[in-house]
Structure formats: C-alpha cells, structure tokens
Design a protein around this ligand. Structure first.
Ligand code: SHN
Ligand code: NAI
Length: 286
C-alpha cells in the first residue's frame, strides 16, 4: 500500500489552484525571520489570528512598525535581536515565515522547514512556499482573502479596493449578530445532525436569505428571543417589522412550505404570456 502511494510519476494536476482555508492559529507558535517592512505586515496578519510570535532579526534592520508591534504586544511577541542560527529554531514551531534580504538564507530555512515538516512561507521565493499570503479585507468576523495564486500581487491589492467599495461596512456587525442568534438557536434546539440539524440549518439559512444586512445588525438580545419564540418555535421566519410591531399585517412566510411550490407562479406566468402571444399572432394572420 505504501509503495502504491510513493509512485515516482506525479499525477497530472487537475485544478491548478490552491486551497483557501481560514487557518486557526490561536496560541500556536509562529516564527518570523526578518524584521523589515514585509515582516511587519506578517506580524500584523499573524497577530490578528492570536498566534504566539517569535521574531528573529538584528535590531538595526527592524522596521518602525515591527518595533512598534514588539513594544505593544510583549505577551504575544518574543523578540531576539540576532540572526537565524539554525534548524533548532524551527523545532516546536507550527509555522515559519521568512522575510529576508538574503535569498540564500531564505532558501536554506525553507529546506530546514520542509525536513521538519513545518509549513513555511518565504516572501521572496514563491516556489518554496507551502502557502501564500493574500490581500485581506477584515470587518469583525468577516474575512475576505484575495489571491492571484502568485501571478500578480498588486492585482490582488486592486481587487481588494473594488470589493471594499462594494461592501456597506455593516456586514461584519450583521455576521456577528447572526453568530449570536445561531449560538442561541443551538442552545435551544441542541444536538448534532439528524432531522433537527437539517431543520435548524434550513431555518438559519432562511433568516439570512430574507433579512437585509441592515436588519440583521438590529438583532439585539430582545429581538433574538422574539425571533426564536415567534419564528423558530412556530416554524416561520417573521420579518423584523413584524417582530418590532412596526408592521401589523400578517405576512409571515412559513419556511417549510411544500403545499405550494415556489416555481408554480413562474411557470404559470410563462404559460400565460405564451398563450397571449399566440393569440395575438393568430389574430394578426386573420
Ligand atoms: C507569492 C507571494 C508570496 C507571499 O508573500 O505570500 C508574493 C510574492 C512576491 N511579491 C512581490 C512583490 C509585491 N508584492 C506586493 C504586495 C503584496 N503581495 C502579497 C502576496 C504575495 N506576494 C504572494 C502572492 C499573492 C498573490 O498572488 O495573490 C499581498 C497580496 C499580501 C501580503 O504580502 O501580505 C500584498 C498586497 C496586499 C495588499 O495591498 O492588501 C506588491 C505591491 C504592493 O506592495 O502594493 C509587490 C510589487 C509589485 C509586484 O511585483 O506585483 C515579490 C517581489 C517581486 C520582484 O522582486 O519582482 C514577490 C516574490 C516573487 O514574486 O518572486
Ligand atoms: N511577498 C511580498 O509581498 C513581498 C516580498 N518582498 C520580498 O521580501 C523580502 C523582504 O523585504 P523587506 O521587508 O522590504 O526587506 P528589508 O530589507 O526591509 O528587511 C529584511 C530584514 O531581514 C533581516 N535579516 C537579514 N538576514 C537575516 C537573518 N539571517 N536572520 C534574521 N534576520 C535577517 C534584516 O535585519 C531586515 O530586518 C525581500 O526579499 C523582498 O524582495 C518584497 C515586497 C513584497
């Protein structure tokens, strides 16, 4: 079996992309070798993910922002004013990032990491990276990464600007509130999988589909309780206006209606349109 896996001819590639994942780094150990401008950006990204950081870099090469991070987060960042000394530095690291002005040293560090099976990113050698950084948009729990897979990092930065312009700035708050609703729903209707799990997922999806982002930001504790009482418990997805009493008309839509298929009105209006066109054509011929 092991021999079959270690085939000498690599399988042809299928997608040519990379895996986009949200890597959980909280309290994991990340080594950053170098302290210049690129390293300062790495520190910021990794701090956002609550990692425990070790920086190795001679003090004279420290960028002002790197220095500022070291001074501000002494419990998160351990700084050593020296060069990378060898493979022993890599042990016990969960991730290594190099941002050096010395490509040969960068290459050596990558090779050490590969041997030690520690994932590594070298800012100057894309071919040796296990993963790439990307342009990032962050708004609370909303995290968007734009990657060009090594083809054009500046293009990633430009796409970021376009995407930022398309967002309202309220999405992060809305998602945070949805997170609270979701947690309370799971408390109320606990259990994993099965019919209850399916119902929970369907109801949550329906709330997200039907409430506007602005409305979701208004999901405070009182409205969440009402939504669960009036919605979840009654198999419905009420509107925000209904819950707050701003609209009295009862337009609560049951979220699991099988009696009246949603495609029926579309088909019916299409058939009606076709019938009218035929009649019009026939009457012209005459
Ligand atoms: C492979 C990768 C490895 C990695 O860093 O993980 C990599 C490699 C290299 N970048 C280089 C140059 C530039 N990098 C940027 C900017 C960013 N670079 C980022 C990521 C990545 N850069 C990874 C691929 C990501 C992808 O393809 O999507 C971003 C997205 C995220 C971040 O760095 O955190 C960040 C924008 C963030 C933002 O603005 O939001 C700019 C523009 C600028 O600064 O405005 C330039 C100059 C213009 C240009 O070259 O395009 C060079 C030197 C090339 C040379 O010597 O000629 C190399 C090495 C090489 O290619 O050999
Ligand atoms: N991936 C990316 O987005 C980008 C990558 N780059 C590349 O990233 C690299 C770093 O760029 P900058 O931060 O601007 O360079 P920089 O010259 O500002 O920083 C280099 C840092 O490495 C440190 N250093 C050098 N040898 C060391 C060693 N043996 N051990 C520990 N620290 C050591 C220096 O003291 C300095 O702090 C360059 O090779 C550059 O081409 C540049 C721009 C963007």
């Amino acid at each position: 079996m092991a021999e079959a896996c270690a085939s000498p001819t690599p399988a042809p590639s299928v997608g040519g992309g990379s895996l986009l994942i949200a890597w959980q780094l909280k309290d994991k150990h990340v080594l950053i070798v170098g302290g210049g401008e690129v390293a300062s950006q790495r520190v910021e990204s990794v701090l956002t993910a609550d990692a425990l950081i070790t920086i190795l870099s001679p003090a004279k090469g420290l960028h002002a922002r790197t220095k500022q991070f070291i001074d501000t987060y002494p419990t998160r960042i351990t700084y050593y004013d020296r060069r990378f000394s060898g493979a022993a530095e890599i042990h016990k690291m969960d991730m290594v990032l190099t941002a050096l002005d010395d490509v040969n040293r960068s290459r050596e560090i990558c090779e050490m990491c590969r041997k030690a099976k520690v994932p590594v990113n070298a800012a100057d050698i894309p071919d040796l990276c296990d993963f790439y950084f990307g342009a990032q948009i962050r708004d609370g729990p909303l995290q968007i990464m734009i990657s060009t897979n090594g083809n054009g990092p500046r293009m990633a930065a430009l796409m970021k600007k376009r995407l930022q312009d398309a967002l309202s700035g309220k999405e992060g708050e809305a998602i945070e509130r949805v997170g609270v609703l979701r947690a309370q729903l799971k408390d109320r209707a606990s259990g994993v999988g099965g019919a209850l799990g399916r119902k929970r997922m369907k109801w949550m999806s329906e709330v997200c589909n039907t409430w506007e982002v602005d409305e979701l930001t208004q999901l405070d504790d009182t409205i969440i309780t009402k939504l669960l009482d009036e919605g979840w418990e009654k198999n419905a997805v009420p509107t925000l206006d209904q819950l707050t009493g701003r609209q009295t008309r009862n337009i609560t839509r049951p979220f699991q209606s099988h009696a009246f298929p949603q495609w029926l009105p579309v088909i019916a209006s299409f058939a009606l349109g076709a019938a009218c066109t035929t009649l019009a054509l026939l009457s012209r011929k005459r």
